[in-house]
Design a protein around this ligand. Structure first.
Ligand SMILES: [Zn+2]
Length: 162
């Protein structure tokens, strides 16, 4: 299965909301397979379709024991708070501390279009939130203070120039 190039900040596809996934067909299955392959190759724990240039509300993840495909994801509820570092394949994994809810409930459709709900805590909850943000055209750096965001973007640009 072909690996797809990962689109980096500030590509427009990363900064605008994705379109609803409407067709649960073989084409979607092959796209999802490419997304998993690309994510594993990049040693990521989640990957959203806009990150490979596809303007769709779709992500895959394999994080903290939760492996799933989420089409048309929404966060139904969150609870509590967790500290931790977050990074993104589209920002060259430059990490920054970011508070997130400790628990999140995701509703989405699976690869066959079946709606499911899944609850997660810790790193997996962070992943639900990070990847659903991607589907809304939002990156984790948008949750940071302007100062911290500038620091991440500057480090990212240095890595990009290498
Ligand atoms: Zn990301």
């Amino acid at each position: 299965m072909p690996l797809r190039p990962i689109v980096e900040y500030p590509a427009p596809v990363l900064l605008s909301p994705g379109e609803l996934v409407a067709d649960f067909n073989a084409e979607l299955e092959s796209l999802v397979q490419d997304m998993f392959d690309t994510m594993y190759d990049a040693e990521g724990v989640g990957l959203a379709a806009p990150q490979i240039g596809m303007p769709l509300r779709l992500f895959v993840m394999d994080c903290d024991g939760i492996k799933l495909v989420a089409a048309n994801p929404e966060i139904l509820s969150t609870e509590g708070e967790q500290d931790g570092e977050e990074g993104c394949l589209s920002v060259h994994k430059v990490p920054a501390p970011l508070k997130r809810p400790a628990k999140a409930v995701l509703r989405a459709q699976d690869i066959s279009g079946q709606t499911f709900e899944r609850e997660a805590t810790g790193l997996a909850a962070r992943c639900f939130l990070h990847e659903t943000d991607h589907c809304d055209g939002r990156l984790f750096i948008h949750h940071l203070s302007p100062l911290r965001r500038d620091m991440v973007v500057r480090r990212f640009r240095k890595l990009q120039r290498r």
